[in-house]
Ligand binder design. Structure first.
Ligand SMILES: Nc1ncnc2c1ncn2[C@@H]1O[C@H](COP(=O)(O)OP(=O)(O)O)[C@@H](O)[C@H]1O
Ligand SMILES: [Mg+2]
Length: 324
């Protein structure tokens, strides 16, 4: 298998007049976990469906393990697994039977299908639920079974479309554990999510998707370093506002913002600037500021998007100015 497992070049896909993919480019090295992070409607599922040969692109190319998703669709299907937000499980049979059925569907013999089912149920903590009807399962157990189902054929490439959306924290952790085990075995995983934290914990590289294209990509550390931490300092006296703003500026934030009425100064650290709470408090103290409250907040998904879309808007403005 080639060392780049998933490649998309200039993918376009419209549904009616809606452009779901609009120049989507991506390269995912074999054996890594790629997180596609983006808001609802960004085009994540469409991208996954193109890779999984369920939707043909209007333009552009995509390859999985070297096979073209249109010309070699059958061979692509032979190397991938897909698990989604809307689990496709048989409700009226047990979890164990679901796995066996799926194995038979993928041409495993009856005995091998049973062996794989038993092995996976034990390995992923589903042994207790295995002999209950799927319709009695909780959301988390259902999602876990769906994920495990996609493993029965041990595909080298696995797509997980929002595997934890709507799950409670405990079930989310269970799913994360499964993904980590897969990654440790060398499976290439493409995971879509709306949660920065999830991408952060699982992905070797994150591709931020918005309006049908990848607008930023890199390791979680790199993306976060590009955004900055928000800082908020509440002071006792109006006279402290300017002093506190001065301290923040010296410590490497962008232009601080303050409001005389609520006695708070707010700023965002410049990309790459680390700011620790003890250091900040000490500097404020040395400057003679009487602090009522200090908050440092790591970037959230909202911050990533605000910052990235603000950059896009600026670029477009500049281009328009140049053109004018
Ligand atoms: N089968 C479809 N028919 C019509 N519109 C679709 C279809 N699938 C996706 N879209 C539209 O394409 C855009 C991207 O959708 P999708 O790929 O599902 O985004 P995401 O998974 O990031 O939420 C959305 O505007 C969505 O409404
Ligand atoms: Mg989706």
């Amino acid at each position: 298998m080639e060392s780049i497992s998933l490649v998309a070049e200039g993918l376009h896909k419209k549904f009616g007049r809606t452009p779901a993919l609009n120049g989507f480019d991506l390269a995912v090295p074999a054996g890594t976990v790629c997180g596609l992070l983006g808001p609802n409607g960004a085009g994540k599922t469409t991208a996954v469906r193109v890779f999984a040969t369920l939707v043909a692109p209007d333009a552009g190319h995509a390859r999985v393990a070297g096979f073209d998703v249109v010309r070699d669709a059958d061979r692509v299907r032979g190397v991938i697994g897909l698990a989604g937000q809307h689990a496709a499980l048989e409700e009226g049979v047990t979890g164990r039977e679901n796995l066996q059925l799926f194995g038979r569907f993928h041409h495993l013999g009856a005995r091998e299908a049973k062996r794989r089912a038993d092995e996976l149920l034990t390995r992923f903590g589903l042994a207790d639920a295995a002999d209950r009807l799927v319709r009695t399962y909780s959301g988390g157990t259902r999602r876990r079974l769906d994920l495990v189902t996609s493993l029965i054929t041990t595909p080298p490439v696995l797509f997980l479309d929002e595997p934890t959306t709507g799950l409670d924290p405990r079930s989310r952790n269970d799913i994360w554990q499964v993904v980590r085990e897969l990654a440790a075995q060398g499976t290439t995983v493409m995971l879509t999510t709306q949660y920065l934290e999830e991408a952060d914990r699982l992905a070797d590289a994150i591709a931020v998707v918005d309006h049908g294209r990848v607008i930023a990509s890199g390791t979680p550390e790199r993306l976060k370093a590009g955004i900055g931490t928000s800082v908020e300092v509440a002071v006792l006296r109006p006279a402290d506002l300017e002093t506190a703003a001065g301290v923040l500026g010296r410590l490497g934030t962008g232009e601080p913002d303050y409001d005389r009425d609520d006695l708070r100064v707010r700023a965002i650290t410049r990309p790459g600037v680390g700011l620790s709470m003890p250091h900040l408090v000490r500097e404020l103290d040395i400057a003679g500021v009487t602090v009522v409250d200090v908050a440092l907040r790591a970037p959230s998904l909202d911050d990533v998007f605000l910052s990235l879309t603000a950059d896009t808007a600026t670029d477009t403005d500049t281009e328009t100015e140049r053109a004018a």
